[in-house]
Design a protein around this ligand. Structure first.
Ligand SMILES: Cc1cc2nc3c(=O)[nH]c(=O)nc-3n(C[C@H](O)[C@H](O)[C@H](O)COP(=O)(O)OP(=O)(O)OC[C@H]3O[C@@H](n4cnc5c(N)ncnc54)[C@H](O)[C@@H]3O)c2cc1C
Length: 468
């Protein structure tokens, strides 16, 4: 993005959802950014499909929540088929008691729409702050080497003309996915566990009469099947556990598979994007080496069960950017600065480990790798899913609202019609929030930190947020 000068504060490697979210966040702080992306253009296949409440709250901060919302559709209900072809339980997902959030739902939205919304927001912010900025993303441009110095990093970047040029950046963010070059260049490894499960996926166009905003989870003996509505008429994402040596699935084979496992006549007419992959999961051994950080899939890869991948990457970025901005503000001593930057690695490593373990466990159960747990879940689910409290907690849990990272999320109750507590906490740096007779130390990522845990408390401001 900065082309005239050969130097930026931040070099972001990879223009997936993590890299784009990091760039938007950086611009909020006035940090200069360059994003390089190996691909020639945006991939128009859906990949991740669910955006969760906590991520919507981050998008609200970044100024693109409305764009993401309008490109998506809320899941109205989930049908859990526990005795396939015979017994299914319908669970309403809307109007649940999730409590303190503006986004009490799971949003179905293809990954490329999220990327488009973030890129649109970036273009808007750049146009406002720089009159002659370059392209938002430098496509066909890849990182090939890194050299870390005392006060900056020299990155070697190969452009569309094939020429490798050196670029100087204060910080480098490796947002370059599961096979991260950045990770390799800084000598960090990621051990991946093979979960022994193969999934086939496809986005299909159907003549089905299924309700277009209700999903299906089919726990069949033959294997797990997910039928997920996409925000377009008659379009569905199918995800099926398959035999790794089995045949490729075309439209008619998908029809047979869906009917055999669920009894549903989906009437697949044609197929869009399809893919097949062996499930692996793992966390990078480290998320920081001096001036280089790893975020998103570069830091953690895991099973898509629960749809946490994209969400976690965006939240990694939101955890890090304010820390870099504060570290660069020269308000901290060198020791405080290092501790703050290291806290990104320790906080997000813990989140990634927990998420990888949780999704591995859930995948083993749902795919029948743990036979006993699979049988028990099939018996218990029809009753448990009817208990409101269970569903409310499950909804919040999957929505990542109760996830702890460096502290707990600041609650977001409604203070007045249309006004919530988060609307009042807009500072870009940690804030001492006096609210309802309490004093809370709130980080810019809306995490309530332990008093004394942040090194720069002389910098806090006081916000009178009213009372509920
Ligand atoms: C087939 C498939 C299906 C998926 N389905 C789901 C799902 O249903 N639900 C879910 O939650 N998640 C799903 N995921 C995972 C989800 O897509 C990822 O978690 C998400 O994309 C992570 O975003 P990211 O920005 O960290 O990485 P990515 O989206 O992988 O972006 C990384 C970018 O870096 C670029 N890059 C790589 N190396 C370089 C380099 N040297 N220089 C410059 N650029 C580079 C790549 O081209 C890529 O565009 C799926 C992933 C795949 C591949």
């Amino acid at each position: 993005m900065t082309h005239e000068s050969d130097e930026t504060d931040l070099l972001i490697v990879g223009a997936g959802p993590t890299g784009l979210a990091a760039a938007v966040d950086a611009l909020r702080y006035g940090t200069s950014v360059r994003i390089v992306e190996r691909r020639a253009e945006r991939a128009e296949y859906s990949k991740a499909l669910v955006v969760h409440a906590r991520t919507m709250e981050v998008f609200e901060r970044l100024g693109c929540a409305q764009a993401v919302l309008s490109a998506g559709a809320k899941f109205r209900a989930l049908h859990v088929h526990t005795i396939p072809r015979r017994k299914r339980t319908r669970v309403d997902l809307l109007d649940r008691r999730w409590g303190d959030t503006r986004y009490p739902f799971w949003l179905s939205v293809p990954q490329y729409e999220v990327e488009r919304a973030l890129e649109g927001r970036l273009a808007e912010m750049l146009a406002r702050t720089q009159s002659n900025h370059g392209p938002v993303v430098e496509w066909s441009t890849e990182l090939v080497a890194l050299d870390q110095r005392e006060s900056h990093v020299i990155a070697s970047v190969r452009g569309p003309d094939g020429v490798v040029r050196e670029h100087r950046a204060r910080w480098v963010l490796g947002c370059d996915g599961g096979r991260s070059t950045t990770r390799e260049l800084i000598g960090v490894s990621m051990k991946r566990a093979d979960l022994g499960v193969t999934f086939a996926l496809a986005d299909v166009h159907t003549d089905s009469e299924l309700a277009g905003d209700e999903g299906h989870v089919v726990m069949a003996d033959e294997g797990l099947l997910l039928i997920v509505p996409m925000p377009a008429e008659g379009v569905w994402r199918l995800i099926a556990q398959v035999d790794s040596a089995g045949p490729e699935l075309d439209a008619s084979r998908w029809n047979e598979l869906v009917t055999r496992r669920s009894g549903i006549d989906l009437r697949v007419r044609s197929m869009g994007w399809s893919s097949r992959f062996q499930l692996t999961s793992g966390v990078s051994d480290a998320l920081r080496r001096r001036r280089v950080f790893l975020l998103g899939d570069a830091a953690h890869v895991h099973s898509p069960v629960g749809g946490q991948g994209l969400n976690t990457g965006v939240q990694d970025a939101h955890n890090l950017l304010w820390k870099i901005a504060l570290a660069d503000s020269e308000k901290l001593s060198p020791t405080q600065r290092e501790a703050l930057l290291d806290s990104y690695a320790s906080e997000r490593h813990a989140v990634a480990e927990a998420m990888v373990r949780g999704t591995e466990r859930m995948t083993r159960v749902l795919t029948g790798r743990s036979r006993f747990a699979f049988g028990a879940l099939r018996r218990v689910a029809p009753f448990a899913l009817k208990i409101d409290r269970v569903m409310d907690q499950l909804g919040r849990g999957v929505g990542m609202l109760d996830l702890r990272t460096g502290g707990r999320r600041l609650a977001n109750p409604e203070l007045a019609p249309g006004v919530r507590l988060h609307d009042r906490v807009t500072a870009l740096f940690p804030t001492l929030l006096r609210w309802n007779g309490r004093s809370l130390l709130v980080r810019p990522d809306l995490v309530v930190a332990e008093p004394g845990s942040l090194p720069h408390q002389s910098e806090v401001t006081v916000t009178e947020a009213g009372s509920v």
